[in-house]
Design a protein around this ligand. Structure first.
Ligand code: HEC
Length: 152
């Protein structure tokens, strides 16, 4: 399966309309995983935080641009202020602390997509049109929020 996933990621990278291929591959193991009913219970999401409980630091430098890029490219799944949604996990989680998911891992996730492995949200597709410049500022933003919330 790891091989198929890599193969899929490469194909998606090569074909401009790669997003379509990603979703249309017939392998049931790599298709979207239905979100369990637990994901919808309460005001929280499966791996989400209550947005109000997140400490939002005053951002400076690259992180300011990063917030806009994150909101445009990532927040539909990872939530405003990284809170998570029912489409993707919060990134304010010790799993994603810098020494466990380094900056390179964030960049790879955005460029190649991620095979679902920690959660039940399904795969993360490659983020279309994302550039290294976008990622530099997005990573600065993610780290600023993580740091303000004790994810060190
Ligand atoms: C279409 C929804 C979606 C979008 C858009 C999205 N993600 Fe994700 N992302 C996910 C899901 C779902 C996972 C969890 C996969 C798992 O581990 O089960 C994930 C996981 C991750 C991870 C963890 C990777 C790993 O190696 O475990 C990182 C980092 C990440 N996303 C960053 C981003 C960034 C940065 C953006 C924007 C540039 C982004 N994501 C956009 C859905 C999305």
């Amino acid at each position: 399966m790891a091989k198929r996933f890599l193969g899929g990621a490469v194909a998606v990278g090569l074909v401009l309309a790669g997003g379509f291929m990603w979703f249309s591959r017939p392998d049931p193991n790599t298709g979207p995983v239905p979100i369990t009913s637990a994901a919808h219970s309460g005001s929280d999401t499966q791996a989400g935080l209550v947005a109000d409980s997140i400490v939002v630091p005053s951002l400076s430098g690259l992180a300011v641009q990063g917030e806009a890029e994150f909101n445009a490219n990532c927040a539909s799944c990872h939530g405003v202020n990284l809170a998570g949604t029912n489409q993707g996990p919060t990134l304010i989680h010790s799993l994603y602390r810098p020494n466990h998911h380094g900056d390179g891992a964030i960049a790879l996730a955005a460029m190649n997509g991620v095979h679902a492995h920690h959660w039940q949200f399904g795969n993360m597709p490659p983020v279309e049109g994302i550039t290294p410049q976008n990622l530099t500022v997005i990573i600065a933003y993610i780290r600023a929020l993580q740091q303000a919330n004790g994810v060190l």
